[in-house]
Design a binder for this molecule. Sequence first.
Ligand code: ADP
Length: 321
Amino acid sequence: MNSVIVVGSFNVDHVWRCAELPAVGATIAGQYSTGPGGKGFNQAVAAARAGARTAFVCALGDDAGGALARQLAQGDGIDLRAEPSEQPTGTAGIYVDARGRNSIVIGAGANGTLGTTAVTADSSLLAGARILLAQLESPVETIEAALALARDAGLVTLLNPAPANAASSISLLRLADLLTPNETEFAALLARHVGERIEAEAVATLDGASLHALCRLLLPHGSVVVTLGSVGVFVSHADDQTRGDPQPYYRIGAETVATADTTGAGDAFNGALAASLARLPDSPFATHVRYANRFAALSTEQAGAAEAMPWHAGVLDRFGP
Ligand code: ADP
């Protein structure tokens, strides 16, 4: 029985490291690498390595990328529920310059065709699970339907509203018990849904009471966890649902680690948060946030996204229980 169901995207990332980003009409040399990506897949790998029996619902093309997804999911013990798509498997073309700046093109491909068939086809999928985790790299109506099905089945719904430019509606947000934006996504959601304009860079500098008030406007009945990169995390609960925490809002500072690459830190955080919630459903929420904060910090010590995810045992080794 799976305890975490991740619904989302799988991409094959194609990365070129070059001295400068290519200008219009230019042909330049770059150092190529490739690997798996997609927020859905990264988060599924994080949840599985954090110790949760994890199912990953996605759409894959009938091609080498789809075969790669199957092989990698198997390697991490993930129960892959892939909808076949006539589109090619999702891709990302990424140029990174010597200063670490990037330009990215996403070919959604199969990710853009994901429906709910894989969620509804097997009634036992949701029945035995505790958490449904989704992001916004898939059709928004599919994510909304998946969250609604999960809520009806009694699961805790966790929405990572990423990327920041993804379409989202209030009805979608209200289906989330837990919402986990980073600073950029939080600022985008506030502008879109609350009419508050705040610079992403200013979010971490706000005092707790002000941040809490903004979170309450965004998701009155759910909990909001704003990830603040190297600063850590801010948590805001509804007053009548503090999930076992003594206070309705608080910060947890980031762990000090030897950070090499923060790509996928948010994905690490979300997968680990889902896994911890599934493993210890009766523990105070802060326990899960602390675990996810540790897991995500460790993920920044390795390069890459999915391949950089640590394992549960490694988190315990480094930080203790
Ligand atoms: P995203 O990858 O979505 O931009 P963040 O940058 O907010 O997300 O990072 C997510 C989480 O990863 C943070 O809340 C923190 O727990 C952890 N993290 C990120 N960067 C660091 C860092 N430099 N040192 C320690 N932990 C980090």
